[in-house]
Design a protein. Sequence first.
Length: 302
Amino acid sequence: MEKKKTKVQKSENSTTLQNKIKEYLRKPGSLLMLILIILAITFTVAMMLYLVIYILINGIPYINADLFAWEYDSNNVSMTPAIINTILMVAFTLILAVPIGIAAAIYLVEYAKRGSKLVKVIRITTETLAGIPSIVFGLFGFLAFVIALGWGFSMIAGILTLTFMVLPTIIRTTEEALLAVPDMYREGSFGLGAGKIRTIFVIILPSAAPGILAGIILSIGRIVGESAALIFTSGSVAEIPGNLFQGGFLDSTRTLAVHMYCLLSEGLYMNQAYATAVILLVIVLIINWLSGLLAKKVGKEK
């Protein structure tokens, strides 16, 4: 019986393939688009593999204990302060950006009148801000926080600049995730006597959680890989900030991406720069892996 089933499946698959080939031959435009898509995917994957392999080959041989010393100096070129600063930047930026972004998206979807001019203006603004180069945000942060507020090159200036950078991404992805939740969920909740706030936090947000997490993951990737905006705001001092509750936020810091840029621009530590790129790549992969696990867990619970 199993052999007969496998034969039937194979014949069905071959028939389906033949039908698809005939369809593509009847429509040359579809065949051309399929070929272009396959070529684009192949080129993208090949370039990504090439970059990853190139970084690993040039960086792994130069990873040693000196690169993880607690304090940076010109001999060890330690990246430990930069790693700690990167984690702090990601954590505090998300603490500021995620609640504001989710609250803004909830207002646009659940409270604002659909189709209103205000919603259209906000959407156009967020889409425009999402496409602005990071160097422009860096210039804004430099003029607003470093000069106008007199904070100088500091961690808080970098955190606020990164918050402005990732807010549009979080707002748009959260808004799309909330819009994807069927209206029947809302109607069912209201029909059972639940209020607006309870419906949002118990029904809608858990259903939209995977989409919201996707936006947060994209934001983390942008924060970790950002260098241009932080050079203008947080500076490039390779030290761990002091006590954050006693003025440590006003200390100049250097993230891992800025650290790599500084090593490359100096031209004296090229091998260490490649080793830093390997660590940065590993950190990004770990963050994406943990975020993927969290998204799957949330999806199963839903």
